[in-house]
Design a protein around this ligand. Structure first.
Ligand SMILES: NC(=O)CC[C@H](N)C(=O)O
Length: 356
């Protein structure tokens, strides 16, 4: 049997938790955030929006269904949300090295080791989450011997989007309608959802001036870190708004579209990361269960008269989407592409394509 290494999780308020390493043996630091979904660790770990973050899973049993193949279907991952793991570490309560699933090809621990990502088990993730709920998301580090092995890092002070966005233009599909996709750290299921609707997707880097491209619709993706790091993207979106072609944004895309419209964003205490976030369509009693992963939010009070909130979070009343009152621009804070999570709001992709 392999020797189990004891490791410590240290938070910047001085709290310390002891656990056992089950991934790559490397100290790591980042923002410690919790996710209350019961499944979906392969998708969440490869979601670029987790760049700079150490993910705590509250569901206790993790690893029991293994990890799918890291294969590609054309230019997209067959089962995952990007080419690699983007989270900077994972914290679980009860890691299961034994796995069973028709689609699994390796264990979570094996995958973490290959991708050099730290994983720790044996932590009371419910106690840890209670702390993060009381004090808010905190900086944290996982160390193997000495507490000073690595410094705390505030990932929101670093341009995470520049770390994960494509550096070249990539084209997918050959449908008649041409969508420019601004890649702030796009999840592959967003591209799959667009391609299912028979369009051409032109994926461009986050800071690329796409206004020179001929397109029918503009899509702004999800992405990691503080939306304030994407000033150049906001400038390009503001320019694009003059063309009055349809614009759809998801998560970071909601925040950047709001900023282009003159509104502000702020950091939530501990964010929304789960599969069961209830949102209400403003002006109706209709509620949807959504998949979410964000730490920042649009401040409704700063929306100009031209914009209106589109969805509202039923748990805390925060903004979950915006819509322009007379132009075809809208965006949502949650993930209609799911992956993982419920697909109740996938119809929003149809709405975008119909607008074109
Ligand atoms: N998934 C996302 O696009 C997240 C957006 C932003 N990084 C936030 O945390 O709010």
């Amino acid at each position: 049997m392999q020797k189990q290494k004891n490791v410590s999780l240290i938070l910047d308020d001085g709290s310390k938790f002891s656990g056992i390493s089950f991934g790559y043996e490397r100290p790591t630091a980042g923002e410690v955030v919790f996710n209350t979904a019961m499944s979906g660790y392969p998708e969440s770990l490869t979601d670029p929006s987790y760049s700079g973050q150490i993910m705590v899973l509250t569901y206790p049993l993790i690893g029991n269904y293994g990890v799918p193949a890291r294969s590609f279907s054309g230019k997209l991952s067959t089962f995952l949300e990007s080419e690699k793991i983007h989270a900077d570490g994972i914290i679980v309560s009860d890691y299961s090295e034994n796995y069973s699933h028709w689609n699994a090809t390796e264990s979570l621990g094996e995958w973490l080791k290959q991708e050099k990502i730290t994983g720790i088990t044996g932590i009371d993730t419910r106690e840890l989450t209670k702390l993060l709920r009381e004090k808010g998301s905190m900086k944290g580090k996982i160390v193997f011997s000495d507490e000073n092995e690595i410094d705390f890092i505030d990932p929101n002070k670093i341009n995470q989007v520049a770390r994960v966005s494509t550096t070249e233009i990539i084209t997918y599909g050959n449908g008649k309608k041409r969508i420019v996709l601004v890649d702030c750290g796009v999840k592959h299921n967003i591209i799959r959802c667009l391609l299912k609707r028979d369009v051409t997707v032109i994926r461009v880097p986050w800071d690329y001036d796409f206004n020179a491209i001929e397109y029918d619709g503009l899509f702004i993706s999800n992405g990691p870190g503080d939306p304030d790091t994407c000033g150049i993207t906001v400038k390009h979106i503001r320019e694009a708004m003059k063309k009055e072609k349809p614009i759809f944004g998801i998560c970071m895309g909601n925040q950047l579209l709001a900023k282009a419209g003159g509104a502000n964003t702020y950091k939530l205490k501990y964010g929304h990361r789960s599969h069961n976030q209830p949102v209400r369509l403003v002006g109706t009693e209709k509620c949807f269960i959504t998949s979410q992963n964000h730490g920042f939010a649009v401040d409704n009070n700063t929306l100009s008269d031209e914009w209106t909130p589109l969805f509202v979070n039923m748990n805390d009343g925060t903004n979950e989407g915006i819509q322009h009152k007379n132009k075809p621009f809208f965006s949502v804070q949650f993930h209609p592409e799911a992956a993982s999570g419920p697909t109740d709001t996938e119809f929003l992709f149809d709405r975008f394509i119909e607008m074109i």
